[in-house]
Design a protein around this ligand. Sequence first.
Ligand code: NAD
Length: 287
Amino acid sequence: MATATIIDGVSLAGAVKDDLVCRIAAIGGQVRLDAVLVGDDQGAVLYAKNQAKACEKVGIAYTLHQLPSTASHSQVEELILRLNNDNEVTAIMVQMPLPATVRTDDIQSLIAPHKDVEGVNPANIGNIVFGRRSLVPCTALAVMEMIESTGVEIKGARAICVGASTIVGKPVAVLLMQAEATVISTNEYTTDHDELTLGADILISAAGVPNLIRPEMVKEGAVVIDVGINRVVGADGKKRTVGDVDFEGVKKIAGFITPVPGGVGPMTVAMLLRNTVQAAELNTPPK
Ligand code: NAD
């Protein structure tokens, strides 16, 4: 029985990072990503540490601004405005979650669109819908890059995106529409997943539900992109990270498949770095 080609996120991300080193050299100045962390959420702290390491490897300066969990909305607002107005700062990102006292939507809308490397300002999401050049949410970009890496034509393909969050599922669906695929977007209230997924040449799962996509739901030869990151306890009693897709079963049916870990995750980090360099290029006048 044939098995799917694995789309290796670590190797694709490595190629992106190599290219960024050249692009940063061509800019000839400092490229700087400033991250805002409010409180001490352990996941966010770890994410910030990993970002710092990833930035260092390609030559992006990384500055972390930490505020206590007691910080008020206006303190976070003031910090964002200061970073927006600082010409030394190329790119801004705000680590989630923010404390309940801070209005996340308002803070995201305040980030200057040309520095918004996570694509969370509605102006950037709007540009995607209009098909204009924009800073696109990193995970959605990672998904598109991974599909494109297979060489399978997106135009005219039937694509399904399971999960419709603002940060992943919706932008992925819109990007696929821009690429002229025929797109279905589903969510937890969709009743006939099995039937819908079976017709898809490209299947993306971004629901956060382990074992959601089973072999009988997948069209032979399809491109399967697994965005999910779920912590589960294995048969041996040990904790491990899995995606939404039954990887072992689905790889016998699909043409291409991303693993978890080692798939969309590393590529998302690479896209954050690429967006940072893109923000710098857009703001660097030609020599
Ligand atoms: P979310 O909770 O904001 O949205 C989940 C979406 O999936 C919703 O639209 C919901 O209706 C839908 N959904 C839930 N259960 C479903 C079901 N049984 N069938 C169909 N649809 C269902 O989540 P999110 O932030 O978009 O994240 C989704 C998953 O992707 C999580 O596992 C998250 O950890 C992972 N994620 C990974 C990366 C990465 O870099 N690899 C980045 C972001 C999120």
